[in-house]
Design a protein around this ligand. Structure first.
Ligand code: HSE
Length: 351
């Protein structure tokens, strides 16, 4: 291990940020790779300093000036867990421009600005890692870029949003209608106060765009991913917002369950056409692995040659689970590894 620890700037102290901070503060020796540098928490940028201190974050590390923390001479790595568009995009770009590796869980910023951020990371030869942006704690992006790199991938599909899976599972199990379940899910803390990004499918679209970057080598335009079905369950409304108890019952009569399935595949007979992607309520066999993926779990299936079909499943959200992916990326950087796309070629333009 080299003598000087790498100093980590944490941007955002929500559930994932607090779990990452705890790990860096409480078990640095465990996290230090034997073939790289150790990691040290340099600072935590939050919106409300007093609240963060009251929540137990070390007073001396907390700041409300994320841009200063990114630019600080003794910040070596930036972990962006603010989420959303700005200021996340500018902060990530600034870190990469300065040659500081970035770890992010931000699927929105990747789906909407991934091409730009990848270009900066490649130009400055600075790692950009984002395993936590899809599937929470499930390792799936790394395997797509590394262990599965010898394959030609023909399709990825799966359940990548825990909130909607929880809602559809509850509608199926309890026979409750959509509105009742959403209200109960909000009360239980499973759904956001404003659940639109989840229930209308945009969260899953963002994750599918990131998956497709690793699987197919291009950044899809999020707006090109369909979220409104022409027929079938929930037809005519985005995501799961149109799914009714009647849809659930009809699926059950046919031995199925309704799931919000994100899919991307190569079109054309020889699989050489453009990438077709959608996020739609879909009836799957109740006895299938996707059908049996209940509650807030995620499952992602990859079809590829020569491997066949491989699947990844586990906790797709939550502070502890998602911190696992962030910490794994931090350790990868401490070991001198590069970006999540590893040795894959630069992405082609969104299409
Ligand atoms: N809102 C997301 C979900 C959180 O429900 O899956 C994890 O990305």
């Amino acid at each position: 291990m080299s003598a000087a620890p790498l100093r980590v700037a944490l941007l955002g102290a929500g559930t994932v940020g607090r779990a990452v901070a705890r790990a860096l503060l409480e078990r640095p020796a465990e996290l230090a790779p034997t073939d790289g540098s150790s990691l040290e928490l340099a600072g935590i940028a939050v919106r409300d300093v007093e609240r963060a201190r009251a929540a137990g974050l070390p007073a001396g590390l907390v700041t409300d000036a994320p841009a200063h923390l990114v630019a600080a001479a003794d910040t070596d790595i930036v972990v962006e867990l603010i989420g959303g568009d700005e200021p996340a995009r500018t902060l990530i770009a600034a870190a990469l421009q300065a040659g500081k590796p970035v770890v992010t869980a931000n699927k929105h910023v990747l789906a909407h600005h991934g091409a730009e951020l990848e270009a900066i990371a490649r130009r400055t030869a600075t790692p950009l890692r984002f395993e936590a942006s899809v599937g929470g704690g499930i390792p799936v992006l790394g395997p797509l870029a590394t262990e599965l790199a010898g394959n030609r991938i023909s399709a990825v599909r799966g359940i990548v949003n825990g909130t909607t899976n929880y809602i559809l599972s509850a509608m199926t199990d309890d026979g409750s209608d959509y509105g009742t379940v959403v209200t109960a899910a909000q009360a239980a803390g499973y759904a956001e106060a404003d659940p639109a990004g989840d229930v209308e499918g945009q969260d899953a679209v963002n994750k599918l765009v990131v998956l497709a970057r690793l699987a197919f080598g291009c950044w899809l335009a999020p707006g090109a991913v369909a979220t409104i079905a022409a027929d079938g369950p929930g037809a005519g409304r985005p995501g799961i917002t149109g799914v009714t108890s009647a849809d659930i019952d009809a699926a059950r009569s046919a031995g199925g369950v309704v799931k919000l399935i994100a899919r991307a595949r190569r079109a054309g007979d020889a699989g050489s056409g453009p990438i077709v992607a959608d996020v739609l309520p879909t009836v799957v066999p109740a006895s299938s692995e996707l059908g049996r993926t209940g509650g807030v779990l995620n499952r992602i299936e990859v079809e590829a040659v020569p491997v066949g079909t491989v699947a990844f499943s586990g906790p797709g959200a939550g502070g502890d689970a998602t911190s696992s992916a962030v910490l794994g990326d931090l350790i990868a950087i401490a070991r001198g590894l590069g970006s999540t796309w590893a040795g894959l070629p630069p992405a082609t333009a969104a299409r």
